[in-house]
Design a binder for this molecule. Structure first.
Ligand code: SAM
Length: 219
């Protein structure tokens, strides 16, 4: 399936094309396959944020940047959250919308075809903001946008982040790695409920570093 109308973004076309291919393939899966919600290794990070927030997670307002296949948004919708997901690929939006519809969550999720950068987010407007594996592709805008999305979290709300750090294969242009030290500096004054780095072998000879954080904004 070929889907156009993608948004032009700073992320190199080569990488966007790669994700587009994956989402387009997933779009042709039958309904029962798409009805499965798989957030993989992110489960602990997401539940951590929600568990601390309150036992009743219904009605929490969540913004997810780079929402991709919609698994994270649907996982949170199943817990009662209202999620706005943003992605620049029409295939991602179509896939996420279809998944939400099959699961009956269309009234709780909204997927927007847009750049994750370049628009203002009202300050202190979301209970949870999620930015997993996407801000690093904004290059010189990575840190400024990180600060903007952190400002969008309500007092007492959560920021859930993950990104790559070395070791990582070389890319052109190079990914803007946000190091663990930089994150700690940016999140000064926040409570770090979970903070970790890890290395994963994605393919043979392809060792990648990750940093992830669940942080709570002071009240
Ligand atoms: C590595 S995938 C991560 C997807 C998901 N957050 C996850 O952790 O599995 C990166 C996602 O961000 C999206 N993306 C990358 N740059 C973007 C931009 N500037 N604006 C909107 N979406 C972008 C891609 O289309 C893709 O869905």
């Amino acid at each position: 399936m070929t889907i156009s109308n993608n948004i032009n973004v700073a992320t190199p076309k080569k990488w966007m094309d790669g994700w587009d291919k994956i989402y387009s393939q997933m779009l042709s899966a039958p309904d029962d396959e798409l009805a499965r919600i798989d957030v993989g290794h992110r489960t602990q990070q997401l539940e951590h944020a929600l568990a601390i927030t309150k036992t009743d997670t219904s009605g929490l307002k969540v913004l997810e940047l780079g929402s991709g296949d919609g698994n994270v948004a649907c996982y949170l919708a199943r817990l009662g959250c209202h999620v706005v997901g943003v992605d620049a690929l029409a295939s991602a939006i179509a896939l996420a919308q279809r998944k939400a519809k099959i699961l009956g969550f269309s009234d709780r999720v909204e997927f927007r075809l847009d750049d994750i950068d370049g628009w203002s987010i009202p300050e202190e407007s979301y209970d949870v903001v999620i930015a997993m594996q996407c801000l690093q592709y904004l290059f010189d805008r990575t840190i400024p946008r990180l600060r903007e999305v952190m400002a969008a979290v309500k007092p007492g709300g959560f920021f859930v982040y993950s990104g790559n750090i070395p070791p990582h294969f070389e890319t052109e242009p190079p990914i803007r790695f946000v190091t663990a030290d930089e994150l700690r500096t940016e999140l000064e004054g926040w409570t770090l409920h979970a903070f970790g780095t890890e290395e994963r072998i994605l393919h043979p000879n392809d060792l990648r570093g990750y940093v992830w954080v669940v942080a709570r904004k002071p009240l």
